[in-house]
Write a protein that binds this ligand. Structure first.
Ligand SMILES: CCCCC/C=C\C/C=C\CCC/C=C/C(=O)SCCNC(=O)CCNC(=O)[C@H](O)C(C)(C)COP(=O)(O)OP(=O)(O)OC[C@H]1O[C@@H](n2cnc3c(N)ncnc32)[C@H](O)[C@@H]1OP(=O)(O)O
Length: 365
């Protein structure tokens, strides 16, 4: 243990984990070589926006993947890359995870059509740059060279997309429905990676839950050190997997037990309960409720209290609390993937997922 603590002071929590387990893929040594320490951490990528305030050392990661911030393979990959970058950045000590409620997405599109220039201008607005040109083209027979008037339209337009009031709708069900075993395995590995990185982060982490947070969204929340939820009767949170006819794996269960205790976790998991914000507070699934417009500012105020504690002391303590749970998955990763793939690809489970998807759609109609 003394060794663990010495290493922890030297490498931080993630570093200790990678020292302790040769299977660890989320320690500092395993970072993709394309990220250097010099890299700035203010990034905007399609699904996630990260802003690091260098004066406070606090990064805000905003999920912005309409319609419901579901956790697809692409989303999870992007999430892990961002987390890894922040973990590597010594100036970043705290991370707040939240969802943007509305965002404007800048969309660049290049289209080539064999229509008149005039038609093109009418169909795509607002064109920032329209280039007309004549293009020589080989006909389908390959014999005749024909010349067509072509309008190449480079259009930059702003598309406003509104996220429904969700923090995250959890794992993207479409990643588990009708997919090949290989793809399911790849997806599950990314889910594991997201949890390993978050639960084992050296940073102080706060979930600013400004919307519903079922299943994987709840996992992401309880993977943080502290949870602040909007006091809105429309929002709910919980590990509702059994309601979909699927089963939360042992590490989802362990994280929930570590958060709310065994009895509450038992009820919660077996019944697939989604809790209102006040009920979630009652069982300790979230730590604090605040009016919706104060979720982020409260998270920022709370973070300053967490960062008042010396990093090494907080990190070593966090490691002592979470290491056993993390190691359990690290030493069973491959078996866990195999279990997931064989479970999720069963006909009966696929049927349950289809019914659930239909229910989601019919609820909308
Ligand atoms: C033998 C032992 C084995 C042991 C176990 C081994 C392995 C483990 C196996 C499996 C574990 C899997 C763990 C799974 C975890 C998950 O996270 S599953 C996902 C659970 N999520 C949900 O149940 C949430 C469902 N969504 C909602 O309840 C609502 O959408 C909402 C989030 C409350 C938002 O409501 P609203 O604003 O009204 O939006 P809509 O319902 O209209 O949704 C908009 C569109 O988004 C689609 N959508 C919603 N959620 C998801 C999702 N999670 N994935 C993909 N798509 C989603 C919805 O269908 C709408 O689509 P359309 O616009 O109709 O196309």
């Amino acid at each position: 243990m003394a060794n663990v603590l010495r290493n922890s002071a030297k490498f931080g929590f993630s570093g200790v984990l990678s020292q302790l387990s040769i299977h660890s893929r989320h320690g500092r040594e395993c970072v993709s070589p394309c990220f250097s320490l010099q890299q700035r951490n203010n990034s905007t990528s399609p699904k996630i926006k990260v802003d690091l305030d260098n004066s406070t050392g606090v990064a805000v990661l905003r999920m912005q993947s309409p319609p419901v911030n579901s956790l697809s393979l692409d989303f999870l990959t992007e999430f892990c890359i961002n987390l890894e970058k922040l973990e590597m950045d010594k100036s970043c000590r705290g991370l707040i995870i939240t969802s943007v409620s509305t965002h404007t997405h800048t969309h660049t599109d290049t289209d080539t059509v064999t229509q008149s220039h005039k038609t093109m201008i009418h169909t795509i607005t607002p064109p920032v740059c329209v280039v007309s040109q004549t293009l020589s083209k080989v006909s389908s027979t390959g014999l005749d060279i024909i010349t067509l008037p072509v309008c190449v339209c480079v259009c930059v337009c702003l598309v406003s997309q509104t996220l429904s009031k969700v923090f995250s709708a959890g794992l993207d069900i479409m990643e588990m429905y009708g997919k090949s075993p290989e793809r399911c395995g790849e997806f599950w590995k990314a889910v594991q990676e997201m949890w390993l990185k978050l639960y084992g982060s050296n940073m102080a982490t706060i979930a600013a839950i400004n919307g519903s947070s079922p299943a994987g969204g709840c996992l992401m929340s309880i993977g943080c050190d502290y949870r602040i939820m909007a006091d809105n009767p429309r929002y709910s949170i919980g590990l509702n997997e059994t309601q979909l006819g699927i089963v939360a794996p042992f590490w989802f269960k362990d994280t929930l037990v570590n958060t709310v205790g065994n009895r509450a976790a038992e009820l919660s998991l077996e019944l697939g309960l989604l809790y209102s914000a006040p009920d979630a507070l009652k069982i300790g699934l979230v730590d604090q409720l605040v009016p919706e417009d104060q979720v982020l500012s409260t998270a920022q105020d709370t973070m300053s209290k967490w960062l008042a504690v010396p990093d090494h002391a907080r990190q070593i303590t966090k490691s002592m609390m979470r290491k056993q749970t993390i190691d359990k998955l690290l030493s069973n990763r491959e078996a866990d993937i195999t279990n997931f793939v064989s479970f999720i690809t069963k006909d009966s489970i696929q049927r349950s997922l289809r019914m659930y998807l239909e229910m989601l759609k019919s609820r909308k109609a």
